[in-house]
Ligand binder design. Structure first.
Ligand code: NOJ
Length: 741
């Protein structure tokens, strides 16, 4: 019945042509305005409330009966954690056929790296420097999710992370604002496509607004203190990029930002997001983060928390119920809340409209489509493609890799060789361990018939027990090469999974040392959700592959790299420190008045640790070598409005084809606010055959040099700059130029 009412409303607005107010509105805005005018205040607050689905011993159910009653009475507009064509259809039927206005529900879920086909964790994908493939992972996620009745993804997480102790570093694109923005745009476009109405797209969420990644001590949920300059120059950059790319939703952070929790932070949400950026989507709180305003000591009561979150521009409350319980009473004392409630409701209805839910609320809940699309073979093919491209070759002494697939015997040692759960990683949504091909199996499939693959776990991931060492040693000694599969368990990174020691857990380092003593080449396959600080491993093992957590095709993808059917080209999207004591460590730091100088005691460094990291941002090796020619500028200076051409000849000087990620950095030598020693501004991924050369060209414009100046204006300042080009952020290839007015 309600669908009929909506059809009439749509028909009316499409058909009307008089010079009244409605003609100046788009059909979309006219429709949602008209719907708003029919709604009671309770129904509006209902749209602003989101509940989670529930679980019973037999598995997920929609929700308990009292929650479903809220849907019937128009007091609930959204669910998270309700998925599957059947369950979403049932819930939708209650909303559409059982409530007074029949406004459809919107179903959200965390699909951080896939719905059922699990791709590499986001940090890993960011190491691929392949925006098209990153976009494709997001598009497949949307395709599968939309077939399972879902409308809305709580991804991408675009938080900048400069502290690898923080477990959620695995969910983002690393430490760099520029690269983070490119990845954010690719993911938003992948999830949302060009049209949210399309059956294969879903709404995306940029989260967690903002500064959440700067949690003190790397401890999840912890306080953040970020100056406005750093906030705008670093932490907000990927969020603004996502907003510009049309992301449908934002999610508040859990963090206290400079004394005001993000969920109640008017400056962030009302001032920057909704006013300065003029962004029109919906803001959802994080899980109970409205109610937690009382725990922050920012609101004295739940009622006050509801008011503060509303004032700050939080449109939908996730899980806690303070809007539902208190907003009605609050508007009696605060009539100024009424237009805020209207605005929030319009934003939520707008997203539902954009998804096409008013035309057909059941369009995404299609059992047939769900069966055909979810876990489709092509999705697994893509999972392998992006997984192998996400691998970073950190060390390759004496060209240990690639291995000959026809070796006599290979020992696969380590607690992660067969671990399917870790290959999936946290936030694996509907990913199933039975879909994972772990590394041991990947290797067995890749080697020739005559090669024997011997396997021993050696130790557990995180225990003091060395009783497995003897077997591992015996197998290692009889083999031609050792593949040591070590790292972190899936549940050592992700939400609420911060670590104070980011080395290899348990006795895994001892296991590596024991293997090294056998004299056989030790190839370390590192599996981890964050950078691992373990200098001995990097400095002594024959080869080290950073493989992160690569998803369902982890095994075949790593085997592709080990045996050379794919030449690795990944580059670190995050600095790998030598020790926890170096944290926070990131390439785009300030120079200080006393930049580190080993020869001068009174400079900024440690007496017991190097000041340089283990591996810099952007670093990664290949099975071939690349040579950079001279860096050439087309002029020594350029005016605003003009641009500078920067070029370099890149040559594959090795003996196999390979890809290189050529990176361009700039340094503003003097500013009205001090500038970082380097800032990434561009890159090109180039595939070259052995011996082949390619002219890589970049353009720099004045806008690329902009920052938030001392008057908090976003602009570039004239003066001297340096440009650097190379294979990572430690490159020395540079030239100087000047920006003129
Ligand atoms: C809490 C997490 O911080 C957030 O990222 C996630 O989307 C919500 N829980 C919902 O699961």
């Amino acid at each position: 019945m309600r669908t009929l009412v909506f059809a009439i409303i749509i028909g009316f607005f499409v058909g009307c042509s008089g010079p009244d107010k409605t003609t100046t509105l788009s059909p979309r805005d006219a429709f949602i305005d008209s719907l708003l005018s029919e709604m009671t205040i309770e129904e509006k607050i209902g749209q602003m409330s989101q509940s989670t689905g529930s679980w019973e011993t037999t598995g997920p159910i929609i929700a308990d009966s009292s929650t479903l009653d809220l849907v019937r009475t128009g007091r609930l507009g959204s669910f998270l954690n309700v998925f599957g064509a059947e369950r979403t259809r049932k819930a939708q039927e209650i909303a559409v056929n059982g409530s007074r206005l029949g406004i459809p529900l919107i179903f959200g879920y965390d699909m951080i790296h896939g719905y059922a086909t699990t791709f590499p964790i986001p940090l890993a994908e960011a190491a691929s420097w392949d925006l098209e493939l990153i976009k494709k992972s997001a598009a497949i996620t949307a395709l599968e999710a939309s077939a399972a009745g879902l409308h809305w993804n709580f991804a991408p997480m675009v938080d900048i992370a400069r502290d690898p102790r923080w477990g959620r570093i695995m969910e983002g694109a690393g430490e760099d604002p520029w690269w983070g923005s490119q990845v954010a745009i690719a993911r938003v476009r992948g999830y949302q496509g060009n049209d949210l109405k399309s059956l294969s797209t879903i709404a995306a969420t940029a989260k967690h607004f903002a500064g959440y990644g700067a949690a003190e001590g790397g401890r999840d949920y912890n306080t953040t203190e970020i100056s406005e300059h750093t906030l705008r120059d670093v932490y907000l950059v990927p969020f603004q990029a996502a907003a510009k790319a049309g992301v449908a939703a934002f999610m508040n952070g859990f963090n206290d930002l400079n004394g005001t929790p993000a969920t109640a932070n008017k400056f962030l949400v009302r001032q920057i997001l909704k006013k300065e950026w003029d962004w029109k989507g919906l803001v959802v709180s994080d899980w109970a983060s409205v109610q937690e305003l009382t725990d922050h000591g920012f609101a004295a009561t739940d009622s006050e928390a509801a008011g503060l979150a509303l004032e700050a521009g939080c449109d939908m409350e996730m899980v806690s119920k303070t809007y539902d319980e208190y907003l009605i009473d609050l508007v009696q004392q605060h009539p100024e809340y009424l237009p805020m409630i209207d605005d929030a409701t319009l934003r939520i209805l707008g997203v539902k409209y954009d998804l096409g839910l008013f035309e057909d609320p059941f369009r995404y809940s299609d059992l047939q489509r769900e069966k055909q699309i979810v876990r489709n073979n092509d999705h697994f093919k893509h999972a392998r493609e992006i997984a192998k491209r996400s691998i970073v070759l950190l060390e390759n002494r004496n060209r240990t890799l690639p291995l000959d697939p026809n070796l006599r015997k290979i020992a696969v040692i380590g607690p992660l060789a067969e671990d399917r759960e870790t290959a999936l990683g946290t936030w694996s949504a509907q990913g199933q361990q039975s879909d994972v091909t772990p590394l041991l199996q990947g290797i067995q499939l890749a080697v020739g018939e005559k090669t024997k693959v011997l396997y021993a776990a050696g130790s557990e991931i995180n225990s003091t027990d060395k009783s497995g060492f003897n077997k591992a040693r015996a197998l290692a000694k009889q083999s031609d090469a050792i593949i040591a599969v070590v790292g972190e368990h899936a549940l050592m990174s992700g939400e609420a999974l911060s670590r104070s020691d980011i080395g290899l857990p348990g006795v895994q380092l001892d296991l590596l040392k024991m293997l090294k003593e056998t004299g056989k080449p030790v190839i370390v396959v590192l599996m981890n959700g964050r950078p691992i600080a373990e200098p001995w491993m990097y400095e002594n093992c024959d080869a080290v592959l950073e493989t992160w957590l690569l998803g369902v095709q982890s095994g075949p993808a790593i085997a592709d790299v080990i045996f050379g059917s794919y030449n690795p080209a990944g580059k670190l999207p995050v600095t790998i420190p030598r020790s926890v004591g170096q944290i926070p460590i990131y390439y785009n730091h300030k120079n200080t008045g006393r930049a580190a100088d080993p020869a001068d005691r009174y400079t900024s460094k440690y007496i017991d640790e190097a000041f340089v990291p283990q591996y810099p941002f952007g670093y990664g090796l290949s099975y071939t070598t690349f040579e950079y020619g001279e860096l050439t500028l087309d002029k020594p200076a350029f005016h605003r409005g003009d641009s500078l051409s920067v070029s370099v000849v890149l040559t594959n000087s090795g003996s196999v084809a390979g890809e290189e990620v050529v990176q361009l950095y700039v340094r503003d030598l003097f500013g009205s606010v001090t500038r970082p020693v380097l800032e990434l501004k561009n890159f090109e991924k180039v595939l070259l055959n052995a011996g082949e050369s390619h002219l890589v060209k970049f353009k720099i414009k004045a806008e690329d040099l902009s920052f938030w100046d001392k008057n908090m204006a976003f602009r570039s300042e004239t003066g001297q700059f340096k440009v650097f080009v190379g294979s990572n952020s430690a490159t020395q290839l540079q030239q100087e130029f000047e920006l003129l007015d």
